[in-house]
Ligand binder design. Structure first.
Ligand code: SF4
Length: 460
């Protein structure tokens, strides 16, 4: 479709509407984190780390769960901090945790990707960011072309931090813009004028950070196709390299702070889908290439190149060029992955701190991958990344006969009957119309998904 003009009503494909409210996971892993087992033994993770291939690069994720202000829509594990002492203490534990994991690995491994997330990682003092990065460079070998990314809050990013981010060689910074309309910003408690965001992006580029990512959200209270279109127009003046467009997931029974969101001002399913469709059309018309489900990138950006070449991957940060089989997660709540399974750290900072102080890898939950998980995880990742997968070939590579996924067929055939995908010669391919429903197609292969599906956000 073309982008909507101001005030114009957007009509939606009835087939998309039919599935738009399906509650399905975002599939940043398979199985998804709610299916990890509590009380997973830390010793198992230590043993997995010892078996990681020393000749293959790993990626690193560091989680800083602190913010200076709270946004009502936020579903992250974060704590509001006014003083620096808790952050400073957290850094000490983070350094100790890095040592624990590095000691368990079979050598000083190469790093291809690093990502700081949160919370707000730029709550750190520049010297503390440098301490952690220096420690990581001692314990790991960073590839010369390693991607170093950091999430940032334009409202609190200091000039000193911008300079340090540049000096430490960060290659990418991402910002939560969400929406520029003042009424929406007040309703979500995130007031940040466009000029502030533009200035911060300029300063980061001047400091040497090449890649700029901007996150936007649709489905927010008081948001309309028109407010989102105006936000996109303003946002693109800074020429971000990537734009992520997420649907707001209203789950106040999980994220209590969302009770402050005025529910009667939330757009309904059709309005949400219209916002998503119009924003996508706007971005495509502006020259961005759709990447997977909810990302857009300039054609020359590595993410767009990877998507065109079938090298796109999906991890806990969303779509990525990172194909490392091992992701080491550090910090409270951080999730890690090895070829043998997933682990998630203790979500409570106090428990995470106590575990690390006692010399234990602070694992709270985990999941050892079965052969069936590995096959289904591969199929789900390719559907989420490429919108297509050769089911017979995938099965063969995992030692299974054609027809291994008979359990998925009833849902896939229903989608096929609605013209949203094709199933031919063992190949699944979403049609252009069906592309917004990749999560629904992926969910057909998910044997863990409960019938109630109550925990997940809607598909569009
Ligand atoms: S959205 Fe980001 S800045 Fe806002 S409270 Fe959540 S983690 Fe903090």
């Amino acid at each position: 479709m073309r982008p909507a003009r101001e005030g114009e009503a957007v009509s939606l494909d009835p087939a998309i509407q039919k599935y738009a409210t399906a509650a399905v996971p975002r599939y940043t892993s398979y199985p998804t984190a709610p299916h990890f087992t509590s009380g997973f033994p830390s010793a198992t993770y230590r043993e997995w780390l010892g078996r990681v291939d020393r000749d293959r690069p790993v990626s690193l994720y560091l989680h800083l769960p602190f913010c200076r202000q709270v946004c009502w829509y936020c579903g992250c594990n974060m704590r509001l901090v006014a003083r620096y002492e808790p952050v400073s203490a957290y850094v000490e534990t983070l350094l100790r945790e890095i040592d624990l994991a590095a000691d368990a690995l079979p050598g000083r491994l190469e790093v291809s990707h690093l990502h700081w997330g949160g919370g707000t990682p730029t709550v750190l003092e520049p010297d503390d960011l440098e301490r952690v990065m220096t420690d990581l460079r001692e314990r790991f070998r960073f590839a010369p072309d390693a991607e170093l990314a950091i999430e940032s809050d334009p409202r609190t990013l200091s000039d000193a931090m911008v300079e340090r981010i540049g000096a430490l060689g960060f290659t990418r910074a991402s910002f939560g813009v969400q929406e520029f309309d003042p009424t929406v910003q007040r309703a979500i408690n995130r007031i940040q004028p466009p000029e502030l965001v533009a200035r911060v992006i300029d300063r980061l580029r001047a400091a040497g950070v090449r890649g700029i990512n901007v996150d936007l959200i649709y489905g927010l209270p008081h948001q309309t196709v028109d407010t989102l279109t105006r936000t996109l127009q303003t946002c693109l003046e800074s020429r971000p390299d990537r734009v992520a467009l997420f649907g707001y997931a209203h789950v106040p029974w999980v994220a209590k702070r969302q009770e402050r969101i005025p529910e009667d001002a939330l757009p309904g399913p059709e309005a949400r889908a219209a916002q998503a469709a119009s924003a996508e059309a706007f971005l495509v018309e502006a020259g961005y290439e759709p990447v997977g489900l909810d990302h857009f990138a300039r054609p020359e950006d590595p993410l767009a190149v990877a998507a065109r070449e079938g090298r796109l991957h999906r991890n806990f940060q969303g779509y990525t060029t990172d194909g490392a089989a091992t992701l080491l997660g550090f910090g409270a709540t951080a999730i890690g992955r090895t070829p043998f399974g997933y682990v998630q750290n203790e979500p409570s900072v106090a428990t995470w701190t106590r575990e690390v102080a006692q010399g234990r890898l602070p694992v709270a939950k985990g999941h050892a991958l079965t052969a069936d998980d590995a096959l289904r995880g591969h199929v789900i990742e390719r559907i989420m990344c490429d919108g297509a997968v050769d089911l017979d070939e995938a099965g063969r590579r995992h030692g299974r006969e054609p027809g291994w996924c008979a359990d998925a067929l009833p849902e896939l055939e229903a989608l096929q009957a609605d013209g949203l995908l094709t199933l031919e010669d063992g190949r699944l391919r979403l049609s252009e119309r069906g592309r917004p429903l990749v999560r629904v197609a992926a969910a057909a292969f998910d044997t863990y998904l409960s019938r109630a599906r109550a925990r997940h956000s809607v598909a569009v």
